[in-house]
Design a binder for this molecule. Structure first.
Ligand SMILES: Cc1cc2nc3c(=O)[nH]c(=O)nc-3n(C[C@H](O)[C@H](O)[C@H](O)COP(=O)(O)O)c2cc1C
Length: 220
């Protein structure tokens, strides 16, 4: 078993790519690119309310959900979502975190960072590669807004199918990419007797230093 401390001099994004590839090639792992995205917002001024829940005693709301990694650009992780969503509101103002866990490999990667939106042209380019039916469902979705009943959604789906029958569905402005820019990456590897390996890379503030990432180990 490789000793994680031997990876201290490597670039963390290269390690991430290697682990991801290993997960993708593993016969027991489905959707190796699924990652948990956590984000938060201050409850004082926010349009997303939980019906019946009083936020007066809670300053922040923290949320997690799964999204799919769709690319790695330089040191950034790319995913796509709806710009009407709760996550978009949270990510536009606050830092966030990502988590990959592959039980079959006994490996976890945690990342902390901040997020920006991709350029519109990149969203449009990716949109065109998506199946027509997925385009239709994204086109009609007001993701994370309250839906009175399922029939409303199905009616919108049928209407949009008629509208775009035999045509291209244009990429709506409420849909696009997010670029997650990590400043901390932790690699965790399961080892016997709970003596797990934890290797952290943290981005240096100073860009004068040629090597941007500083690495260190953590107790399990
Ligand atoms: C396996 C899996 C993959 C998903 N991939 C995405 C994705 O890539 N983009 C997305 O917006 N939602 C994706 N979802 C749905 C989200 O988990 C979530 O329900 C949705 O984005 C709304 O989140 P929000 O209300 O916190 O913004 C996925 C869900 C699962 C279970």
């Amino acid at each position: 078993m490789e000793d994680l401390s031997l990876l201290r001099e490597k670039e963390p994004l290269e390690i991430l790519k290697t682990w991801l590839q290993e997960a993708e090639e593993h016969s027991e792992i489905d959707q190796a690119n699924a990652m948990v995205l956590s984000s938060c917002h201050s409850t004082s001024k926010h349009r997303f309310k939980i019906p019946g829940f009083n936020f007066s005693k809670q300053k922040f709301r923290v949320s997690s959900r799964v999204v799919l990694l769709k690319g790695i650009q330089e040191e950034n992780l790319l995913f796509y979502s709806n710009y009407t969503s709760l996550k978009k509101e949270q990510l536009s103002k606050n830092p966030s975190a990502l988590n990959f866990y592959w039980p079959a490999l006994g490996k976890q990667i945690r990342l902390e960072g901040k997020t920006r939106l991709t350029h519109r042209s990149q969203s449009v380019e990716y949109w065109k590669t998506r199946p027509w039916e997925s385009q239709i469902s994204q086109y009609i979705s007001q993701q994370s807004s309250k839906l009175e009943n399922r029939k409303i959604l199905e009616k919108k789906w049928e209407d949009a199918q008629r509208k775009f029958y035999g045509k291209e569905v244009p990429c709506p402005h409420h849909w696009g990419g997010f670029v997650f820019q990590p400043h901390l990456i932790e690699f965790w590897r399961e080892r016997p007797h709970r003596l797990h390996d934890r290797l952290v890379f943290a981005k240096r503030n100073s860009f004068r230093s040629k090597k941007q990432w500083k690495s260190y180990l953590l107790y399990p």
